[in-house]
Write a protein that binds this ligand. Structure first.
Ligand SMILES: [Zn+2]
Length: 550
């Protein structure tokens, strides 16, 4: 009798014994639901949601109120907030760098020939006749059996490195990942590795194609204030000087050192390359100003019914660029509607959908809106360095940075296709919805390393990051591709990134969010632990603390 009642109960709530019901909660995702949040977060009143500003205060209040209304539990003890202490560092370099080579002295001009800054907080940074070492790509990658520093001590030296990784432009898809950028190709990696090696400084030689952007992008940040985490009281080593060399200046440097440029680059691309001293010394300095302040991550949760100490974290960044340089129309508010009021609206809708489900998720769902993504993924980096939920108990991260504003697409793009098994979960949901997964259209640009999920990945936590597809249901792929190119050219990081009912069609976002919802929902009812796939840069670190099940 009891069994019959149980079965009737299951029939009544339309639920399989494992609890996962694909339709449960889906009705929450509507254009109307997303639009209300988007209109508010992207309004001029929210002033572009800059960390530390009045815009931050308004944004985090809005999010806390919505979390509360939705019935989310506070995600950080009794609070919905996690403080993120930060340091804003402004380095003012002297105008030139003196280079002493055997029998020769040359002067490199700041801004034109190089751009440098510091991650250190002392008042003055000085490089006094610092030795230069050419360190190839500056990479230590055990899974590719590659170590540019093997047998060379670069402690207290300034290393000069090439941008990207040896695979790029090699026509060899087995050398690193060929033209697909690995994390070893990113400038952030090169700064981190230089610090691990104890180098005094690191200069990356710029090159438009493998960098993915022109030297002017680097020059735009000359003398600019930069945000970092506040590391007072911690003993963390950073290089004294980091930055970029224009390629023409690098060639002059190599010539002064008596090194053949083309030959050096070609040797650096080959396995077994060894870093080599250039027999050149550089001198320059910077004065440094630091301002400390606190920003906030906003975090809520739904405690799981059966495995409350296992976590699935949805993340998105609430911040954007604030008020800045006016555009041609005189608009100076960088509303960041797509980037990333839209992802934040998506997070609120996901939370509401999980709360509305008839079946209660077994694992705990965490909803994390992070700060300071635009200045260097700092909110997510802080969370991962100071995790509220242990990383060995965190099953997965699903991140949103921009949701589809273009209407329904047949496909959804997986950024970093092939990284983790999470994409197999997503594929199953996409297939069930009559849709399919596409790889990112521009894998050279390394987008997998450029939003908040990457901080989770670096810590080993499997992380899924999707993007808008291009296969437009009504108008096809060319149209879909054109919309994305248009966004990059006309709206990305500009005051024109506004919510506009005439231009936007959230029907596609609704469908994409349903897939992300069902992917997380599946995980919330299962006891599986998705893994990184073979060849992923992040597999070894995960398996160092979560060994794969036999
Ligand atoms: Zn963004």
């Amino acid at each position: 009798m009891k069994n019959i009642i149980f079965l009737l109960f299951l029939l009544l709530i339309g639920c399989k014994p494992d609890g996962f019901v694909r339709e449960d909660g889906l009705e929450v995702f509507t254009v109307h639901e997303l639009e209300a949040h988007l209109k508010t977060l992207a309004s001029d009143e929210f002033m572009g949601r800059l960390p530390f500003s009045e815009g931050e205060r308004k944004t985090i209040n809005y999010l806390q109120n919505k979390f509360r209304e939705t019935g989310l539990e506070p995600g950080n003890g009794s609070s919905y907030l996690q403080e993120v202490p930060m340091a804003e560092i402004t380095a003012t370099p002297e105008p030139a760098m003196i280079v002493k080579a055997p029998g020769k002295t040359l002067t490199l001009e700041g801004l034109k020939d190089y751009v440098i800054w510091t991650e250190r907080t002392e008042d003055k940074i000085e490089l006094k006749e610092a030795d230069l070492v050419f360190a190839g790509f500056g990479i230590v990658a055990p899974e590719y059996n590659w170590n540019d520093f093997a047998g060379t001590n670069v402690k207290d030296k300034v290393i000069v490195v090439l941008v990207n990784d040896p695979g790029f432009g090699s026509n060899d898809s087995t050398l690193f990942k060929g033209n697909t950028m690995t994390y070893y190709g990113r400038w952030t990696y090169k700064f981190e590795e230089a610090a691990r090696q104890g180098a005094k400084g690191v200069l990356i030689i710029h090159d438009d194609v493998p960098a993915g952007y022109g030297f002017w992008v680097v020059q735009n940040n000359w003398n600019a204030p930069r945000l970092f985490l506040d590391e007072r009281g911690k003993d963390i080593y950073h290089c004294a000087a980091v930055g970029w060399l224009a390629q023409a200046a690098a060639k002059r440097l190599f010539e002064a050192a008596g090194m053949d440029w083309a030959q050096s680059v070609s040797e650096a691309r080959k396995p077994g390359f060894k870093a080599r001293p250039m027999n050149v010394k550089i001198s320059t300095s910077m004065t440094v100003q630091v301002r400390y302040d606190k920003s906030h991550n906003v975090i809520g949760k739904i405690t799981g019914s059966k495995a409350p100490d296992e976590y699935i974290i949805y993340s998105t960044h609430w911040d954007h660029l604030g008020i800045g340089k006016p555009d041609a129309e005189g608009d100076s508010i960088y509303n960041g509607a797509l980037d990333n009021a839209s992802g934040t609206a998506g997070l609120l809708a996901l939370a509401k959908a999980f709360k509305s489900m008839k079946a209660k998720p077994h694992r705990t769902l965490v909803f994390l809106a992070v700060t300071a993504e635009e200045q260097g993924l700092w909110g997510s980096e802080y969370y991962v360095q100071n995790p509220i939920y242990p990383k060995e108990k965190t099953v997965a991260n699903i991140n949103m940075d921009g949701i589809n504003p273009y209407g329904k697409m047949n496909d959804i793009v997986v950024v970093g296709m092939g990284q983790s098994e999470l994409e197999d979960y997503l594929r199953e949901e996409a297939t069930a919805a009559g849709r399919y997964l596409s790889p990112e259209p521009n894998p050279v640009a390394g987008y997998y390393f450029r939003s908040d999920h990457f901080c989770f990945a670096k810590a080993g936590i499997p992380a899924l990051y999707t993007n808008t597809g291009i296969d437009h249901v009504e108008r096809g792929k060319d149209y879909g591709k054109q919309l994305q190119d248009d966004y990059v050219a006309r709206y990305y990081h500009k005051p024109s990134d506004e919510y506009d009912t005439a231009r936007w069609n959230l029907g596609g976002a609704v469908e994409d969010l349903k897939l992300l919802f069902n992917t997380g929902k599946r995980l919330a009812f299962e006891n599986t632990w998705p893994r990184w796939k073979t060849g992923s840069e992040f597999k070894a670190i995960r398996e160092s603390y979560v060994p794969p099940a036999q």
